[in-house]
Design a protein around this ligand. Structure first.
Ligand code: PMP
Length: 436
């Protein structure tokens, strides 16, 4: 697909001489600026952005309060290091996060700051290992691409090419997925089978007394936006409780309103023992953090974790003003309402288009999957890519996801309006009609 303008084309070509192609792009455009829920490319074309820069821009682009808070912090001190002194912005953000967390399990918790979601997961892994060495992760899942976090991620086998063996001690089990699962089951039977599988692991493969934690995304993320059943979650939590295993919720993508609740775990009747957070938390600046109980944190001695840019002061202040906006404007509620509008529209679309095999997700974390045939569920990644490109041409940015690249995800800023959700559905409908 050609870039939509001559200036984009020049930059896309120029990039090839200096920037690694390992940063593959979903979209063939060069973006220059962003405002509200829109971005503009270097040719002046504008787009409604349902990617939110990888689910990062929770309150949209160039939000005045966020920009002002960054400017104000820059006037004081732009950067220093959390390892050298005490800085109020760390305390303020940690206090705000604690205020937003509704879980009793984490009431008495502390927060440790890193510079990315992967680093948050690395911290969770490291702290878990102060207890026990093995960890159970799910597939599909996305927990990061550093070597240690990639050993937890189970999304595409190509992510592991030439890298195995990764971190040892990770055992994978299937994510509860009604649509695609290794059991060939539909609906909630698949969720029961997935819970049976974990039980089985603990009897056949790894003694529970060696397992430090189970880590999972409360709603499947980049691996495909699956929604676990409450009964699956309860069974896993019971296994954890009975066997002194920690339940780690990776809320890097689901956290801070994205799923229609402040945290993804609030959709279930269970609570996590540890939480990894990132993305929206930084207000657009790099961040990752681990929330763990005071007691567990005591397993680390001062100096047991290090990261030069972890807890960057600009990220702290941008994050704080972002969380204040989410809280004040009840953007979690907006995500729930606009999510329902989009979900209803996509379900209507599925009734009229056989190419859509499934629609799933929660709040403003949605995906629909394109298939060659509804019965056989053969993935249609080329069609998904074509849809993304057609939407881009008509002024809407969306992206593909999932193991097969056949799912199309909608992850707009939490500030998405009713009108924008309607426009998005119209543009997706028109583009889909072209394809099918
Ligand atoms: N965990 C989850 C659930 C994620 O969605 C991501 C990023 N997509 C990560 C971890 C890794 O975060 P980062 O890319 O900031 O390292």
């Amino acid at each position: 697909m050609d870039p939509p303008g001559p200036k984009s084309k020049i930059l896309v070509e120029r990039e090839k001489n200096s920037v690694s192609h390992a940063h593959a792009h979903y979209l063939p455009i060069a973006i220059k600026r962003g405002y509200d829920n829109m971005v503009e490319d270097v040719d002046g074309n504008t787009y409604l952005d349902l990617t939110a820069g990888a689910a990062v821009m929770g309150v949209g682009y160039k939000r005045k309060e966020v920009v002002d808070s960054i400017n104000k912090q820059m006037q004081n001190i732009l950067a220093h290091s959390i390892f050298f002194a005490t800085f109020e912005p760390h305390i303020q953000l940690a206090e705000k996060i604690k205020e937003l967390i509704p879980f009793n399990t984490l009431k008495n918790s502390r927060i440790s700051f890193g510079a990315s979601g992967s680093e948050a997961v690395e911290m969770a892994l490291s702290l878990t290992r102060t207890k026990k060495l093995s960890i159970i992760s799910l597939f599909p899942s996305y927990h990061g691409r550093t070597l240690a976090t990639n050993s937890l991620t189970g999304m595409k086998s190509s992510f592991r090419k030439n890298l195995v063996p990764l971190s040892s001690g990770v055992i994978h089990a299937p994510y509860p997925d009604s649509y695609r699962n290794p059991f060939g089951l539909d609906d909630f039977d698949a969720h029961d089978a997935a819970a049976n599988y974990v039980e089985n692991l603990l009897t056949t493969l790894v003694p529970p007394e060696d397992v430090g934690a189970i880590i999972m995304e409360p709603i499947g993320g980049s691996g495909g936006y699956q929604v676990p059943s409450n009964s699956y979650m309860k069974r896993i939590k019971k296994l954890c409780k009975d066997n002194d295993i920690l339940f780690i919720a990776d809320e890097v993508q689901t956290g801070f309103g994205r799923t229609g609740k402040m945290f993804g775990m609030e959709h279930f009747d269970i609570e996590p023992d540890m939480m990894t957070i990132g993305k929206v938390l930084g207000g657009g600046l790099p961040i990752g953090a681990l929330v763990a109980t005071e007691k567990l944190m005591q397993n680390w001695k001062p100096g047991d974790w290090g990261s030069t840019f972890g807890g960057n002061l600009l990220s702290m202040t941008a994050g704080l003003s972002t969380l204040e906006i989410i809280q004040k404007e009840k953007l979690d509620k907006n995500a729930e309402i606009r999510g329902k509008q989009l979900m209803d529209g996509l379900n209507d679309l599925m009734k009229k288009n056989n190419i859509i095999g499934d629609v799933r997700g929660k709040g403003l974390m949605l995906a629909f999957e394109l298939v060659k045939d509804r019965k056989t569920k053969v993935p249609a990644p080329d069609e998904a890519k074509a849809l993304v490109n057609l939407c881009m041409k008509s002024g809407l940015l969306i992206s593909t996801c999932g193991t097969y690249g056949s799912a199309v995800r909608l992850l707009p800023p939490l500030t998405l309006s009713e009108n924008e959700a309607g426009i998005s559905l119209d543009l997706i409908t028109k583009s889909l009609n072209h394809i099918s």
